[in-house]
Design a protein around this ligand. Structure first.
Ligand SMILES: [Zn+2]
Length: 311
């Protein structure tokens, strides 16, 4: 017998809004005996908290699967801990399945971005076109390249709910990582924004920040931001460098400047961005100090007595 469609956008699901170091989690409750599915697992450093939150939210329900929208460390870092705690399978987009199986940290971006992510064992894939049926909801997986070439989104057409990952936030979208590496990505971001416009979701659950329903306004903001980056790709490179450094400090919490310099010189993507900007200052560390100063000036980081702190 077919069940009636959900009536409220959040019926049968629960959104855990986390911070910026950790992606949000979306817990999709199943029918009795079906088990629940969790979309995205947050960061490794918050894994114990993620497991505790899921234990509390699940009660007697089992967690049968974790699905990752993409494999950035803030979305899949909790996979290993969830796997240990619940014995759940982990399904990821197909593009990096082989790399994740072998744990090729370079291909997975955790090494090139200088980020931390605990190894996990993927069990299967969720590919664009697949339908994830959980409880009364049918979520269609959609390709969402741009921020990450392999990312997917999940769309429940009947309820008009989109899990957008980092393709659309209420105020912007995630750094367009391929562009930092000299690969095209802006056109893909634009095409995904067009796709979201066509889907016309009534509610968006982003990878970071609160769920929102003013989707047209968010799309307009994202398109303006994209046009600005497109017109001035150097601005996007500088933005990317600031995001990478801020994210690293969110992981490290605080770090003496010499150690941060060491991180700069051992993080390939920072060197790539510096080179693509035309090697400003003629020295990676001097340029990095300028990136740090701009983050301190904006209040994103603090720098006291030679130690840099997340602010
Ligand atoms: Zn991401």
């Amino acid at each position: 017998m077919l069940s009636p469609p959900p009536t409220a956008w959040n019926e049968g699901l629960r959104v855990f809004e986390r911070g910026w170091l950790s992606s949000n989690n979306v817990l999709l409750h199943g029918e009795p005996d079906e088990g629940a599915v969790l979309v995205d697992a947050s960061h490794t450093l918050h894994a114990a908290q993620t497991v505790a939150m899921m234990h509390a939210a699940l009660g007697r329900e089992t967690l049968v699967r974790v699905v990752n929208t993409h494999l950035h460390s803030d979305h899949c870092g909790g996979n290993a801990a969830l796997q240990r705690a619940f014995g759940c399978g982990i399904h990821i987009p197909p593009g990096l399945f082989a790399s994740a199986r072998e744990w090729d940290a370079g291909a997975l971006s955790h090494a090139t971005t200088g980020q931390t992510c605990e190894r996990f064992e993927p069990e299967g894939v969720i590919a664009p076109g697949d339908v994830l049926q959980v409880g009364r909801r049918r979520w269609q997986a959609l390709a969402a390249p741009g921020h990450d070439p392999h990312s997917i989104m999940l769309f429940d057409e009947q309820a008009g709910v989109l899990i957008s990952a980092d393709a659309l936030w209420q105020n912007g979208f995630g750094v367009v990582f391929p562009e930092l590496d000299g690969e095209p990505g802006f056109a893909e971001v634009g095409a995904v924004l067009d796709l979201i416009d066509e889907l016309a979701p009534r509610q968006v659950i982003p990878g970071h920040g609160a769920p929102f329903s003013d989707v047209a306004e968010a799309l307009a903001r994202a398109r303006r931001r994209l046009a600005g980056f497109h017109a001035d790709p150097q601005r996007h490179l500088q933005h990317g460098a600031r995001v990478l450094m801020k994210y690293h400090l969110m992981e490290a919490r605080s770090q003496p400047w010499p150690e941060l310099r060491e991180w700069l010189s051992t993080t390939p993507l920072m060197a790539t961005v510096w080179q693509r900007l035309g090697r400003p200052e003629g020295d990676l560390a001097n340029w990095g100090e300028g990136v740090l100063r701009s983050l301190v000036d904006s209040g994103a980081l603090a720098w006291r007595e030679g130690v840099v702190h997340d602010a």
